[in-house]
Design a protein around this ligand. Structure first.
Ligand code: GLN
Length: 487
């Protein structure tokens, strides 16, 4: 059954439903692949018994003729989602071994749809990072070149999909963490409009930005998963939108004749590496052949999105992470003199450097005397960035550009945190505006590394993005290519 791991989610689901293959066989196949490629560092937790129990339950549902869309489909969750059946760490020593008493809403919805969980996937600590090197446990290697990073913070998810350890994984995107690792690992990922997927049980980083989404090989598979993941969660996430779940794959095959693709000039400036630019230009030409029209647009505050994001996200993080105090969850220092000393030692021991840096920046920008100068100012510019998009979407239907200025860099190459922050320039604007965004493979650059095309849509235009991506994938095969030597 060597080809099970090359099947799309859609094909696998069909074969499972017709009992061509059982959920248990499928689970065993992917568990074995995960174990065989443990050197990639993609997983933080696997538990064969738990997975096989879920697979057996899926097989029973299949025999009963249950019509759930993902029966027996294996996946794994970024370890930022809390799960009852596996430990939930957020890539942090603070939560090492932590067991949640409940499942995140997204996890629950996928389980109800019949998906079988293979475990938990590595990520940057509390999803803070662009390379996955901030995981407190171990880094993740890029399957295309083991000396390179997979991107972050959903690096484990992207690497696992690219190495075909599973057909699809969940990720989260606060400032690019689905789109950028998808770009670096040559896979497809989508982040929906802010508020479409429930944040309940997603360990909070920056609550006004955090969104869940699927990472898979194709837009078609992403659409299948996203349709299950989204929907209102009024009792548990007050920011989840009161919009019914949708079938995001409903218009995958629609023609894109006349689609107006906005090309922001700020995404093609000096900082863009020539190899990435060449792949993006070729993808845009492909879209023209498909009948789309390119429109020059401007997103004048693109550069400002870096300082704005790196004020707002740490501000929210400093507040969200105050809950990790040694009392309620996870790590507590062994030795301390009094309560305050316990807090200090617990947090000093439990958090890594990047998390501490962000807590300090966040606390600073929220403090009396600096709040107006930094936080409030950043909020105002955030609104202006959203207005720039509003303006742009009067001229175009979707926006296209690179997801990152370069291909994946070497492990250890960017030790300066600011160098990592700067590489987020193309994903941050869409995040700050709360827009849906996706990334799909569109070519190869330096060192044979994948390049991803980012597509941004107006609010609630996920189906349009997936349609545009699917049409591209019908005439190209970048999303089907495998790292050399991968079986
Ligand atoms: N790289 C960005 C950061 O470090 C985005 C991370 C994310 O989207 N979770 O904050």
């Amino acid at each position: 059954m060597a080809d099970l791991h090359d099947l799309s989610v859609a094909d696998l689901a069909r074969r499972l439903k017709t009992k061509d293959v059982s959920a248990v066989e499928t689970a065993r196949h992917f568990l074995a692949r995960g174990r065989a490629q443990s050197a990639l560092g993609a997983y933080l937790a696997m538990d064969e018994e738990v997975t096989l129990a879920q697979a057996r339950a899926a097989d029973e549902r299949i025999s009963r003729g249950d019509a759930a869309p993902l029966l027996g489909v294996p996946l794994a969750h970024k370890d930022i989602f809390v799960t009852k059946d596996f430990p939930s760490t957020a890539g942090s020593k603070m939560l090492e071994g932590y067991r949640s008493p409940f499942d995140a809403t997204v996890v629950r919805k996928l389980a109800e749809a019949g998906a079988v969980s293979l475990g938990k996937l590595n990520c940057d600590e509390f999803a803070m990072g662009s390379s996955n090197e901030n995981s407190a446990f171990h880094p993740v290697k890029n399957p295309w070149d083991h000396s390179r990073i997979p991107g972050g913070s959903s690096g484990g998810s992207a690497a696992a999909v690219a190495a075909r350890l599973l057909p699809v994984a969940t990720g989260t995107d606060t400032g690019g963490s689905i789109r950028q690792p998808a770009s670096f690992c040559g896979i497809t990922g989508i982040k929906p409009t802010y508020g479409r997927a429930s944040r309940y049980g997603m360990i909070a980083f920056a609550s006004s930005l955090d969104q869940a989404g699927p990472m898979a090989r194709s837009a078609e598979d992403c659409a299948l998963l996203l349709s299950v993941m989204c929907g209102p969660d009024p009792d548990r996430d007050s920011t989840s939108l009161d919009m019914p779940a949708e079938d995001f794959g409903r218009s995958l095959d629609a023609s894109i004749e006349g689609l107006r693709i906005g090309v922001p000039k700020e995404f093609f400036g000096e900082g863009l590496a020539p190899d990435v630019r060449a792949a993006i230009d070729a993808a845009l030409k492909q879209y023209v052949q498909l009948g789309a029209k390119l429109v020059d647009i401007t997103l004048p505050r693109t550069e400002l999105s870096i300082p704005v994001y790196y004020i707002i996200a740490p501000a929210e993080a400093s507040s969200n992470l105050s809950r990790f105090d040694g009392v309620k969850f996870g790590h507590r220092a062994k030795q301390y003199t009094d309560l305050v000393d316990m807090y200090k030692k617990t947090r000093a021991e439990g958090f890594g450097d990047e998390v501490k840096r962000r807590i300090m920046i966040g606390t600073y920008v929220l403090s009396h005397g600096y709040y107006d100068a930094y936080y409030l100012q950043a909020q105002k510019i955030r609104r202006m960035i959203a207005d720039d998009f509003r303006q742009a979407f009067t001229q175009c239907d979707v926006i296209a550009g690179p997801a990152a200025p370069t291909v994946a860099w070497k492990l250890g190459a960017k030790s300066d945190p600011v160098a990592n922050y700067l590489a987020d320039i193309f994903t941050l604007p869409g995040s700050l505006a709360g827009l849906p965004g996706m990334c799909l493979p569109c070519g190869f650059g330096e060192g044979g590394m994948p390049v991803g095309l980012q597509l941004l849509g107006n609010y609630f235009q996920e189906a349009k993005l997936l349609n545009a991506a699917h049409r591209f994938q019908q005439v190209t095969d970048f999303h089907l290519r495998k790292p050399e030597g991968l079986q």
